[in-house]
Design a protein around this ligand. Structure first.
Ligand code: CTP
Length: 412
């Protein structure tokens, strides 16, 4: 389950153009299974209407500390006690200053001050002009806010509503959602350094052509996201794919299998877990032409010779660190039939403790998948689900193995 399912979020909007992003954020939170109670300041109502926010959250919006809807007439107490977290997005420079001063003369700052501080975390997504963001007063206030226990999310960089360009844009809705998921996810891999390969490789024939495959990289990116949310430091070595880098993940882009091996080799010395999801090309053209190969009019096709690529997973799995147990290796197998038998054979051949099988044609490019986990104990199926969900389940399975306990549902 994703970490936001069943969570109750009080989403506070202070005044700023970025309020338009909070409408989308509300949709994403609801879609992730959270319930959202919107609270708006008077300034926020200048930018977006409570009607829109009520429609998207499915709950009446609160905007006044004198709101008499609750029997006890104490919305600041009721709203803050129900919350699993309070998220202020957008959080204006003025609202940050109000939080730092502990002001309580309107509902949103009042309920932040009234929240049970040990139990109800406060997260803020700042949004402001670049000069306001850089001002010493804002720097000082943000440092104080963090010291008071709030989680201050970063800001984006780029064109601002005022026409200037720089730091201070509120993060996009999807980025804030990812930050919240990271915040709530159990830290099963805290202290681990995870290295992941993902996507296809591209083996050049000449400067404009090459050999590749249909891997989209989605499974590897989902595992990177889940490992990061679980508290690991994650390095993602990605072949040519069109996917955004998961937040907080270090990404190294590569093209060929040889490039991938080189990048992995450098990183594997630090890693404690290596997960090879990449669909590495087994062969590459024996030589890559310096210039585009032209038709010569004779109807003759070019003769391509191939050489075998290095096996990145097997190379890492045979390293001293892997054999001593300092580096836990997980392989993937993309098969088209006889998944269990092939996966068991591949696990032995590659020399890895855990091998994850999937049916290649059914998963390449898709948003969902089904996995078969094979280790020394036996095998276990992770039934069809989104790749994000499977990424989280796989991370939990790896954490369990590193912690020394195996799932009770594992079949022998
Ligand atoms: N792999 C790798 N380097 C290669 C080939 C594969 O690191 N040159 C890794 C993949 O990332 C995956 C696992 O090895 O984790 C299995 O890859 P796969 O291509 O399915 O297996 P092969 O060993 O190539 O076997 P076959 O092609 O015969 O199925």
């Amino acid at each position: 389950m994703n970490a936001l399912a069943g969570k109750h979020i009080v989403l506070g909007l202070s005044g700023g153009v970025a309020c338009y992003k909070s409408a989308e954020l509300t949709r994403l939170l609801v879609k992730a299974g959270a319930s959202v109670q919107v609270v708006m300041t008077e300034a926020a109502e200048q930018f977006i209407t409570p009607v829109t926010m009520q429609a998207l959250s499915g709950r009446p919006v609160y905007a006044s500390q004198w709101d008499a809807r609750a029997a006890n007439n104490m919305p600041h107490i009721n709203l803050s006690r129900e919350a699993d977290a309070i998220l202020i997005a957008p959080c204006s420079a003025d609202f940050i200053a109000r939080l730092v001063q502990g002001r309580a003369d309107e509902l949103l700052s009042l309920l932040c001050l009234a929240r049970p501080i040990e139990r109800v975390p406060l997260l803020v997504a700042p949004a402001m002009n670049r000069e306001m963001w850089a001002h010493p007063a804002t720097r000082r206030n943000l440092a104080q806010l963090a010291q008071d226990g709030a989680t201050v999310l970063g800001v984006g960089n780029g064109d601002q509503a005022c026409g200037e360009t720089g730091d201070g844009r509120m993060l996009e809705a999807a980025e804030i959602l990812e930050e919240l998921e990271i915040f709530f996810a159990p830290k099963l891999l805290a202290g681990e350094q995870v290295l992941i390969t993902a996507g296809p490789t591209f083996e050049a024939i000449d400067p404009v052509r090459g050999i590749t495959n249909l891997s989209s990289g989605k499974m590897g990116f989902a595992i990177a996201r889940a490992a990061r949310a679980a508290g690991a430091e994650v390095t993602l070595v990605a072949g040519p794919v069109h996917l955004p880098t998961p937040r907080g993940v270090r990404r190294i882009d590569v093209r060929s299998a040889q490039n991938m091996l080189q990048a992995v080799d450098g990183q594997a010395r630090e890693a404690s877990i290596f997960i090879a999801t990449a669909a590495v090309a087994d062969w590459r053209p024996a030589s890559s032409a310096e210039h585009k190969i032209k038709k010569d009019g004779s109807g003759q096709t070019p003769q391509l010779a191939f050489v075998e690529n290095p096996d990145i997973l097997a190379t890492v799995a045979q390293s001293e660190r892997a054999r001593s147990g300092a580096l836990y290796c997980v392989g993937f197998a993309a098969e088209s039939e006889n998944l269990l038998a092939h996966a068991q054979a591949k696990r032995a051949r590659k020399g890895v403790p855990l091998l994850v099988g999937n049916i290649g044609p059914a998963t390449f490019g898709q948003d969902d998948n089904a996995l078969l986990l094979v280790d020394a104990e036996g095998h276990r199926e992770l039934p069809r689900a989104s790749k994000d969900e499977l990424g989280r389940q796989l991370v939990a399975e790896i954490a369990r193995r590193l912690g020394g306990t195996v799932s009770p549902t594992f079949a022998r």
